[in-house]
Design a binder for this molecule. Structure first.
Ligand code: HEM
Length: 174
């Protein structure tokens, strides 16, 4: 089903046009990496505040309001350029182990962020001035830091599609 979708996109004239452009991939990858730096930088400060590792004396809501506009802007450019790279070469990424591992890690960071915003953050007024946040918030911060590092590492590894575990090759996917 996912394979059919990727094959369908591969045949679209607009996908072919992006693929055959000499410069598109270079510009997209450059914008993707620069926006990745913005996202990773902002997320690191935010997560370290939650984990009690940095900016301990700044109220959580102030860290959030100061940083989040940059997070939204960076994420918009980062996601758009990432999706366009896949759109332009779907059959290059479909069999790529690192690409799918990265997508899985992105699901984890999104679920972790949703859990924080829908649950833990509801009580933020009670602890936002504490230098060390409650355990649940600290765990959310550590989980986020670990999986964002994973997203960056697997993003870089995507270029090395041959460096994959044997079982992935055995599945006929590599
Ligand atoms: C919608 C989400 C995303 C998609 C579809 C996506 C897709 C891609 C693609 C297709 C590449 C090029 C791989 C290659 O040809 O070698 C790439 C590279 C990369 N991505 Fe993403 N990406 C997404 C989000 C992110 C996020 C959120 C981060 C980290 C904050 C990230 C970090 C990286 C890194 C570090 C690279 C490697 C750049 C390099 O080769 O030096 N990506 N991504």
């Amino acid at each position: 089903m996912i394979r059919s979708l990727f094959e369908f996109v591969n045949e679209l004239p607009s996908s072919t046009a992006w693929r055959e452009s000499l410069n598109a991939y270079v510009y997209l990858l450059t914008a993707h990496v620069v926006s990745m730096g913005v996202v990773a930088g902002v997320i690191s400060y935010w997560d370290m505040r939650l984990a009690g590792m940095a900016l301990k004396w700044i109220p959580v809501s102030k860290v959030q309001s100061g940083l989040f506009p940059w997070l939204y802007g960076g994420t918009a450019v980062n996601a758009a350029t990432g999706i366009l790279m896949v759109y332009s070469q779907p059959m290059r990424y479909y069999p790529n182990f690192w690409f799918w591992l990265k997508m899985g890690m992105l699901v984890v960071v999104a679920a972790n962020a949703a859990y924080f915003h829908l649950s833990i953050e509801k009580t933020v007024a009670q602890w936002e001035n504490d230098p060390v946040a409650p355990l649940k918030a600290r765990v959310a911060g550590y989980v986020s830091l670990a999986f964002w590092a994973g997203v960056i590492a697997t993003g870089r590894m995507t270029a090395y599609s041959g460096l994959v575990p044997q079982w992935w090759i055995d599945l006929g996917l590599g």
